[in-house]
Design a protein around this ligand. Structure first.
Ligand SMILES: Cc1cc2nc3c(=O)[nH]c(=O)nc-3n(C[C@H](O)[C@H](O)[C@H](O)COP(=O)(O)OP(=O)(O)OC[C@H]3O[C@@H](n4cnc5c(N)ncnc54)[C@H](O)[C@@H]3O)c2cc1C
Length: 313
């Protein structure tokens, strides 16, 4: 049932990564249940792949099963939307605005799929996925016999770019199948206008012409910034809400003089220095070299330890 030696590069927004020894893609629940059972029987580790917009996949590839759930579609039930986890965020945001449902406009231009966004509690412009999640349905395969589970918003234990699916005891052993969003009535033209503004903002500020995986590092919680910087007027002028007060990591990287620095085919973007772009056939090591460089330079200059937002596969 599994495909063998499938190049992951083509599933990665970075266009980086080696082969998966085993690969399975399906939007049929029974087949996905069989796939995780077979992987367990063969003692294969399982990695769940979404839109590949947040992943740095190693050139050595993945020795195990890469499972790509493909549950698609949006169903409206009053102010609720029942959405398959493989649906793109772009389609969801467009559908909500078109149908006069407010709450997801902040996600205009957010790449990736609903499953990935729920797992990482994706957010931007002060909004987060958790703000409109009502329920999440998963296939829990942490036990010998997998089972369907319904999680309320509270059960999901959402935090800053975090959730129970990311750092709970069953992290990586639950396939998000479907999410139910609770939205509010709104004017479809006003909603679309806000969505368009967010898309334009991203196009203007982010290096979208090159393969990338978004911001490499999380922004820095202002509370954790060393005291001498907390009173620095320039630092204070950079404060933004995301969704609590943070110092943008892009500013720290810029101040560390790292804009435009390259390693092989990877470059720290001039346009948005928290992005490392794949400008010319970059390897995963090229990107890792720059990640390590940024971490050590920012630590040396500001005493701040950066934390990666992207996932290493
Ligand atoms: C240009 C650009 C801009 C970005 N801007 C933002 C931003 O503003 N805010 C933000 O938060 N992020 C941003 N990102 C990062 C990324 O888009 C989000 O994190 C996105 O939600 C990841 O979704 P994905 O489907 O691509 O997940 P993937 O990258 O495929 O996977 C991410 C993680 O989710 C898990 N996963 C995926 N699908 C499922 C599923 N169905 N069930 C269980 N686990 C699953 C994977 O195992 C992996 O651990 C940006 C990325 C890019 C390229």
């Amino acid at each position: 049932m599994f495909q063998k030696n499938i190049p992951l590069k083509k599933y990665s927004n970075y266009r980086i990564g080696g082969n998966a020894t085993h690969f399975f893609e399906s939007g049929d629940l029974e087949s996905v249940i069989q796939a995780v059972a077979k992987a367990d029987a063969e003692k294969l580790p399982v990695f769940i792949l979404g839109g590949g917009t947040n992943l740095l996949i190693n050139d050595a590839g993945y020795a195990g099963l890469v499972l790509k759930p493909k549950f698609l579609g949006i169903k409206r039930e009053g102010d609720f939307l029942r959405v398959g986890s493989g649906t793109s965020m772009e389609e969801l945001v467009h559908y909500a605005a078109e149908n006069g449902l407010a709450g997801l406009e902040w996600a205009g231009g957010l790449p990736g799929e609903v499953g990935g966004a729920v797992r990482g509690n994706a957010g931007a412009f002060g909004g987060e996925i958790k703000d409109s999640i009502h329920e999440v349905f998963t296939l829990d395969f942490s036990h010998p016999v997998s089972k369907m589970t319904c999680h309320t918003n509270k059960d999901c234990n959402f935090g800053y770019r975090d959730s129970a699916f990311k750092s709970g005891t069953k992290a990586g052993r639950e396939v998000i199948l479907e999410a139910v969003f609770k939205l509010n009535p709104g004017n479809k033209y006003d909603l679309q206008k806000v969505v368009d503004e967010k898309i334009t903002w991203r196009k203007t500020r982010q290096p979208l012409d090159y393969p990338n995986i978004g911001s490499i590092f999380k922004n820095v919680d202002f509370k954790t910034v060393p005291k001498q910087w907390q009173t620095n007027p320039e630092f204070l002028s950079k404060l933004k809400t995301d969704p609590f007060p943070v110092i943008p990591t892009a500013y720290l990287i810029d101040q560390a003089g790292l804009k435009g620095v390259s390693s092989g085919g990877a470059i720290i973007s001039q346009k948005h220095p928290n992005f490392i772009v794949n400008s010319l056939h970059a390897s995963s090591d090229d990107v890792k070299n720059l990640i390590n460089l940024v971490k050590s330079e920012v630590k040396a200059k500001f005493g701040i330890t950066l934390e990666e937002e992207v996932i290493f596969v």
